[in-house]
Design a protein around this ligand. Structure first.
Ligand SMILES: [Mn+2]
Length: 360
């Protein structure tokens, strides 16, 4: 496996690369170009600049998350071909720079949602929390106000000011788009890009819904293993793969992650590793990564990943905010560094116990 850390760039991230480099066993970062709007072409010069800034700290640029999909593609409007052409150009440009992994999502308007970005845990640390009861009382546009009021000045991906300004226009674009349309629009997109990905050796990894159920009546098509298998069947290619985000899928107790890994294992192109704690019906918080701290069995998940032979990029997903760190909610250094050390420990234990089993 290659061990990564999400990094938002010199302008957008509170954590300098030199600190990320000091995390034991780290191989690189999963980067982004924050100034890019969905639909823009990522130019070779811009990608090269990002890559150089990472390599100068002796880290690798392991992939991109995300190259966002323009709403015209997701909603299937007549402008979509233009934006798919742009996306294809971005794939080619990333490939030319030696970047071979793209994480993306196909969700209308809300990429992810939480109702509290600084829920105070008993030990004084802070977690992101989602409570459906709060969302049920809310108008969708109020979600922006909530997220912005708690973002502490950090620009949160998917919650850009520009999108809020266009909010009502966006709601109109998606009017009448149901699960079936959204899926068909994804199919149209994948059928066009995956042949290019094959040629360019760029693997796509779709990110599941967070939370993995319908909110505000908007369709969701990446909620569970049935959805994922349907997507993988659109184009049967290793380049059409998924991001296994344990915390996103795992927020629904119906999603058995070990089972999911065994069912789609050869198509997992990227792993986000984090734990969640169920706190009630459709209510959960993002706990520390350890099995003992949340509701997911992280050892069993790592064991399943080894069993299916996953050898791609893995990174710790959101952590808590601890030790007084001032950072983007979920993306502080400290708790994610603890998280990655824990997952490396799990991995070593799984590998060595298997070797021992073989030699006995
Ligand atoms: Mn994730």
């Amino acid at each position: 496996m290659r061990w990564g850390f999400r990094w938002y760039g010199e302008q957008g991230d509170s954590i300098p690369l030199k600190n990320i480099r000091q995390i034991p066993g780290i191989n690189g970062v999963i980067g982004t170009l924050l100034n890019k709007m969905p639909g823009d072409v990522w130019e070779v010069s811009e990608i090269e600049e990002l890559k150089q800034s990472v390599q100068i700290e002796e880290l690798n640029l392991l992939g991109i998350e995300s190259v966002a999909i323009h709403d015209a593609i997701k909603a299937g409007t007549k402008e979509r071909d233009h934006y798919i052409d742009n996306y294809i150009q971005t794939i080619k440009n990333l490939s030319a720079c030696g970047v071979n992994l793209i994480c993306y999502s196909f969700k209308p308007i809300f990429g992810w949602a939480k109702t509290n970005l600084f829920y105070e845990n008993e030990d004084g640390s802070f977690s992101l929390l989602y409570d459906q009861a709060v969302v049920d009382d809310m108008d969708p546009s109020e979600m922006y106000t909530l997220i912005h009021s708690q973002s502490k000045g950090f620009k949160l991906p998917g919650w850009e000011e520009e999108r809020l300004q266009k909010f009502h226009q966006l709601m109109e674009i998606y009017e009448g788009v149901n699960e079936e349309n959204l899926f068909n629009n994804l199919a149209y997109f994948l059928k066009r890009i995956i042949p290019v990905c094959e040629e360019m050796d760029v693997k796509m990894a779709i990110h599941p819904d967070d939370p993995p159920w319908e909110i505000f009546g908007l369709p969701r098509i990446t909620k569970n293993v049935t959805d994922l298998k349907k997507i993988l069947a659109i184009v049967d290619s290793p380049y059409n793969g998924i991001t296994l985000c344990t915390g996103s899928l795992g927020a629904d107790p119906q999603n058995d992650l070990v089972k999911i890994i065994h069912e789609v294992g050869d198509r997992i192109n990227f792993v986000h590793f984090r734990n969640v704690l169920f706190m009630g019906d459709h209510k959960f918080k993002e706990s520390a990564h350890l099995t003992t701290e949340g509701s997911l069995d992280m050892y069993a998940i790592m064991n399943a990943l080894v069993e299916v032979g996953f050898d791609g990029v893995i990174r710790p997903d959101h952590g808590r905010t601890i030790w007084g760190e001032v950072a983007m909610p979920g993306y502080g250094l400290y708790d994610r560094a603890i998280g990655i050390s824990y997952l490396q420990g799990l991995h070593e234990a799984v590998i060595k116990s298997r070797l021992q089993g073989e030699s006995e």
